[in-house]
Design a protein around this ligand. Structure first.
Ligand SMILES: C[S@@+](CC[C@H](N)C(=O)[O-])C[C@H]1O[C@@H](n2cnc3c(N)ncnc32)[C@H](O)[C@@H]1O
Length: 284
């Protein structure tokens, strides 16, 4: 390794020496991004007392290809910073469209209550609560207790941004099962990759580091998983409400047909890349 004078030049050397491997895990990575992530990981006081040994854990994680968001424990989503750890999916930019569309529906239809199924970090539920002009009563459901703990942390951090008469209750359980009262709408970004054919198309960093539960549905259970979700959602949604869902571009046409066995109306919405990404099913 070349002789180094500063942390910045150390990271520059590390970047140049590992560039091929880094690009495999971190598309678009640059030495500048790495320096920024390093500075976020080690706060100022830690940087002042830094030794080569204390820097090792950071560089080991980078070499393992750990997503940068897990390293800095943060992802900015919609208008807020969200705490994340490897127990939750890192919120994706396209999911912001789902929040945006839900907010439009809330103001047009006067909806007052919702459930977010598969809440993970809580990025959808908490963005709705912080961004809605009118107060909302929300329920955040997840089957994984460790994901709900992350949602709880984000709820505590973002509570001051919510209208005083808004509320969020966290519920542990499978899909709609823990919901005890009906709501105006259900929003969900469920696991939507088929564990059989779908896994091959997933980036190896996602497959290797993000929770299985947040990504995959068991082979052979895809249709029945959504059949139950649609049936139970329809039962728990008030008249005039809807199910707003993110899904896999190759599966949404079939899921739309399935949703129409219980809902009266349904449509598919594209994301910014033009891919089919969302299914909205209405109980009018
Ligand atoms: C794709 S992630 C979405 C996380 C977050 N809502 C987001 O958009 O970033 C799916 C979430 O659903 C949860 N999940 C998986 N199976 C579930 C089930 N049967 N019932 C409720 N939640 C489930 C996972 O634990 C995970 O947190």
């Amino acid at each position: 390794m070349k002789k180094i004078k500063t942390v910045e030049s150390f990271i520059q050397c590390f970047f140049e020496e590992n560039i091929e491997q880094l690009k495999l895990n971190y598309p678009g990575i640059s030495a500048r991004i790495l320096i920024d992530v390093f500075c976020q990981f080690f706060n100022n006081s830690a940087r002042n007392a830094m030794t080569k040994d204390s820097m090792d854990p950071f560089f080991m994680r980078i070499k393992e290809g750990v997503p940068l968001e897990y390293i800095v424990e943060e992802k900015f989503f919609f208008n807020s910073p969200f705490y994340v750890n490897p127990n939750v999916l890192i919120p994706r930019n396209e999911t912001e469209i789902l929040v945006e569309k839900a907010l439009e529906h809330i103001s047009k239809r006067g909806w007052k209550s919702f459930a977010d199924i598969g809440t993970g970090s809580g990025c959808i539920a908490l963005s709705l609560l912080t961004e809605s002009r009118s107060p909302l009563k929300g329920f955040a459901v997840d089957v994984d207790r460790s994901a709900l703990d992350v949602c709880k942390t984000n709820h505590r951090r973002l509570k001051s941004k919510m209208p005083i008469d808004s509320s969020l209750e966290l519920l542990l359980g499978d899909r709609i099962d823990p919901l005890q009262e009906s709501v105006d709408f259900i929003v969900t970004n469920p696991p939507y990759i088929d564990d059989n054919e779908g896994r091959k198309g997933v980036h190896h960093q996602t497959d290797g580091h993000e929770p299985e539960l947040s990504l995959y549905l068991p082979e052979g259970e895809y249709d029945s998983w959504f059949e139950k979700l649609f049936k139970d959602s329809h039962r728990m949604i008030n008249d005039g409400g809807a199910l707003l869902m993110e899904g896999h571009e190759d599966k949404l046409d079939a899921l739309k047909d399935l949703s129409l066995t219980v809902f009266n109306n349904a449509k598919i919405i594209q994301d910014y890349t033009g891919a089919k990404r969302f299914l909205f099913a209405y109980k009018d």
